[in-house]
Design a protein around this ligand. Structure first.
Ligand code: HPA
Length: 252
């Protein structure tokens, strides 16, 4: 049987109703509890495992997510490729709510999150290469499929990983912009780095839920975010349905 493809669902995608033959698995990990049980199933005949990053009832804020347990568990069940779905705020002018974005770079502004598997006294100091934080091969596949489906998508951008759970100030967003960031979210790190430490192919599919703070007049409301995510996640599901059955296997 082919290894399952992992989908980590973020805000707006706490469940994946398009999975056929769903079966739930609860796993213990050396790092503690994962965000949710693993949901095994199939998408277009391909084995898939879905994990709700914020929990099945969306109870875990970004800084409380056990990223290590999540990635460890996915690796344990044989996953070699991870598609990380996440809601973000739009900074760059063309990052309007509803757009899909496939980041190719990130800047990590998070702090205090357990961020490596290489910290036991017994393990050697290991410095992974992270020049390209997202798998170019997996990104390319997703981008090709987004093009084929004529989805409104941005193919190159830099993701700012912020600590949250509060949203940013307008001045913070101006600083992120000066730093070269195009979209802003709260869960992209250490998730991407942990995936790399485990040798997994990892790519993100971000859905722009709102203009980042200060980009338009007025407050950012959860109602606005949720409204935009409903439409955005429907596009993500179409993309997954096309992309997953056709994904190749990474070389061993
Ligand atoms: N900032 C950070 N994370 C987010 C945002 C935002 O504006 N929108 C959705 N997730």
């Amino acid at each position: 049987m082919r290894p399952p493809i992992a989908i980590i669902g973020g805000t707006g995608l706490d469940a994946l109703d398009t999975l056929s033959l769903p079966r739930q698995e609860t796993l213990a990990t050396p790092y503690g509890e994962l965000s949710s049980p693993l949901l095994h199933g199939e998408l277009g005949g391909r084995p898939v495992v879905f994990l709700a990053r914020h929990g099945q009832r969306h109870t875990l804020p970004p800084h409380k997510i056990n990223y290590r347990a999540n990635l460890w568990a996915l690796h344990r069940v044989g996953v070699r490729q991870v598609i990380a779905v996440a809601a973000v705020g739009g900074i760059r002018q063309d990052m309007a709510p509803g757009v899909l974005a496939f980041p190719d770079q990130l800047i990590d502004y998070t702090w205090g999150r357990p961020c490596t598997f290489f910290e036991d006294d017994s393990s050697e100091v290991t410095h992974i290469d992270f020049s390209e934080p997202y798998s170019p091969a997996l990104r390319e596949r997703l981008i090709q499929d987004a093009r084929a489906l004529q989805l409104d998508a941005r193919e190159s951008c830099t993701y700012a990983a912020m600590q949250g759970p509060r949203l940013e100030t307008a001045a913070e967003v101006r600083k992120l912009e000066r730093d070269g960031c195009d979209i802003v979210g709260m869960t992209g790190m250490p998730e991407a780095a942990l995936a790399r430490e485990l040798g997994l192919r990892y790519a993100a599919c971000a859905v722009v839920a709102n203009w980042a703070a200060g980009k338009v007049a007025g407050e950012i409301t959860m109602a606005e975010i949720e409204r935009n995510l409903v439409a955005g996640m429907a596009r993500v599901k179409r993309l997954l349905a096309r992309a997953i059955p056709a994904l190749d296997e990474p070389p061993c």
